[in-house]
Design a binder for this molecule. Structure first.
Ligand code: FES
Ligand SMILES: [Fe+2]
Length: 372
């Protein structure tokens, strides 16, 4: 079957959550759909790649593989952030690896072509006799980026605008709740290899319906009543308030418990008790496999008691509970005994509802159906 014929079949999925069946299970297991998602969703959306504090000085760099593309983010001589494909323009070797400090030039490890931090090719050994060779045509290929609250987002589509990704909306709420976010520093980084499709992980993050059942400790942290939610096309935000007397770390009660989702794969969480942001990047790695990067940013990156406790609760309890859930769901989605369930959604799109999940799936289907 071709990708397109599979993509066209939506079963009982409908416009409104209350009438709709969930996304057919093949969307979580099919290799063709996975490839289409990389082209039509990831390679056209704003993707988070790091925070400006991850690149503290001229020559600092990060490499990564994002949506199947090798990328290089660095701080150039003018102190500006630059983003390139991490690919040498001689024969295609990747030019840097990991993260670190490259000094004031980038040297390819294969034949030592040498680039400036602005991406221009500065020297290419033994090329004097190469006919019509102009170094100016062999600079690193740039990727457009934008910086929102200190967070660096890239887009492989050079024509995409921040408005296409609801970034201005996101910037407003993140800065209103965490005004110091542009100065935050990463104190902890975790990587989780998860045996589930990337959407199962975003799905799980998009609804609080499972929290009282699957996260009994987390469920005691906030007040079930009240709170606020905002669901946009490519953006979701939920706010709850902390209850006093949580056993995991000190809370006075009334402090905000915040979560954001930014299309397609960024999930953010700020627990009460200390200023911080847990940034989860859900990186697809095949239809049944995902690499989740979790970076925890806070005012100095240093441990303070409440932050240390929040970090351990996240990494050792809440996220571990979620990984067990999503890996189990992936096995069920791959079974002959399941195709589509129903959304449990209220009209207000409240925290305990699966309205955000439906909005996410609607956008998946819309983007996959687009022509190019
Ligand atoms: S591939 Fe980089 S110098 Fe040859
Ligand atoms: Fe969860």
């Amino acid at each position: 079957m071709t990708g397109n014929s599979v993509i066209g079949e939506k079963g009982g999925f409908a416009e409104h959550a209350q009438n709709s069946f969930t996304l057919p299970s093949r969307y979580y297991t099919d290799e063709d759909i996975h490839q289409q998602e990389l082209c039509k969703i990831f390679q056209r959306s704003w993707l988070y790649v790091g925070h400006i504090s991850d690149l503290p000085e001229v020559g600092s760099y990060i490499t990564d593989e994002v949506a199947g593309q090798p990328i290089l983010v660095l701080r150039a001589q003018d102190d500006k952030i630059q983003v390139f494909f991490n690919v040498c323009q001689h024969r295609g070797h990747l030019i840097l690896s990991g993260r670190g400090q490259t000094g004031n030039r980038i040297v390819c490890p294969y034949h030592a072509w040498c680039y400036g931090l602005d991406g221009a090719l500065s020297t290419a050994r033994l090329t004097r006799g190469v006919a019509d060779f102009d170094r100016a045509n062999f600079g690193l290929k740039p990727i457009q980026h934008t910086i929102i609250a200190g967070m660096i987002f890239i887009n492989f589509n050079p024509n995409a605008t921040p408005e296409d990704g609801d970034l201005p909306e996101f910037e407003k709420t993140i800065l209103s709740h965490l005004p110091e976010m542009p100065n935050f520093v990463a104190g902890h980084r975790f990587d989780f290899d998860i045996k589930a499709n990337w959407k199962v992980i975003v799905d799980n993050f998009s609804e609080g319906y499972h929290i009282p059942i699957a996260h009994p400790t987390l469920a005691t942290l906030y007040d079930e009543k009240g709170g606020a939610s905002q669901i946009g096309k490519r953006y979701g935000f939920y706010q709850k308030t902390a209850k006093a007397g949580f056993k995991g770390f000190e809370t006075k009660g009334g402090e905000p418990y915040l979560t954001w989702f930014l299309w397609p794969n960024l999930c953010l969480l700020s627990l009460p008790g200390s200023p911080h942001l847990i940034v989860l990047r859900i990186g697809p790695n095949g239809p049944n496999q995902t690499l989740e990067h979790a970076d925890i940013y806070s005012p100095t990156g240093a441990d303070v008691p409440n932050l240390t406790a929040a970090k351990s609760l996240f990494a050792e309890m809440f996220n571990r509970e979620d990984i067990a859930l999503v890996e189990s769901v992936q096995r069920g989605l791959s079974s002959l005994g399941y195709d589509q369930g129903r959304y449990v959604a209220d009209a207000k799109g409240s925290w305990f509802s699966e309205s955000g999940l439906h909005a996410f799936h609607k956008q998946i289907l819309e983007d996959l159906a687009s022509e190019n």
